[in-house]
Design a binder for this molecule. Structure first.
Ligand code: HEC
Length: 147
């Protein structure tokens, strides 16, 4: 009697655990980024932050300024053309290109320090938006590759 109650309880726990795993996987697949991907952090950005618009979106200078900032601060890890390097992943990947400007801004502001992506909150906000403009411009085939 007692034994069957214990076995029954254990089975119930196991079932709850399995349901939990399935639920967790369903959630992350909604964001279209596999949970183990190097880009998984993009899916964790709070919705309010992700919805912010780039105030410099229409500024023709923003991409050029962002390109310079990228060379200074980011190229050593992400590569001269953001194609990815030894220390950082490509920012030309679909996951990054499809992320909202607000998502990228939040990520720059907060970093992913435990995974090697520094915090950039010491750069003034307009400079962080210029970097977002630069990253977004990479999805545009007009942007030439540097040699
Ligand atoms: C010291 C190396 C390093 C530098 C410098 C660096 N990054 Fe990163 N970056 C990383 C690493 C490592 C990751 C992957 C983090 C992860 O696993 O989530 C990353 C991820 C990212 C991502 C994708 C989001 C993610 O976490 O998956 C973006 C966008 C990004 N970096 C932009 C930048 C920009 C813009 C700069 C310059 C202001 C910069 N990074 C500077 C190492 C670096």
């Amino acid at each position: 009697m007692i034994r069957s109650a214990i076995v029954g309880g254990a089975a119930l726990l196991l079932a709850a655990w399995l349901v939990g795993i399935v639920a967790a996987q369903t959630n992350s697949s909604e964001a279209h980024i596999p949970p183990k991907s190097v880009y998984a952090e993009l899916a964790k950005v709070p919705a309010k932050a992700a919805g912010r618009h780039n105030p410099l979106e229409a500024d023709p200078e923003a991409v050029a300024a962002g390109t310079k900032l990228f060379e200074q601060h980011c190229a050593e890890c992400h590569g001269a053309n953001a194609e990815g390097g030894k220390k950082g992943p490509s920012l030309r990947a679909d996951e990054v290109q499809q992320a909202t400007p607000g998502t990228l801004f939040w990520l720059l502001t907060n970093g992913v320090v435990r995974k090697g992506m520094p915090v950039w909150s010491r750069l003034p906000e307009p400079q962080r938006w210029q970097l977002v403009s630069y990253i977004k411009s990479l999805g545009n085939s007009q942007t030439p590759l540097k040699q």
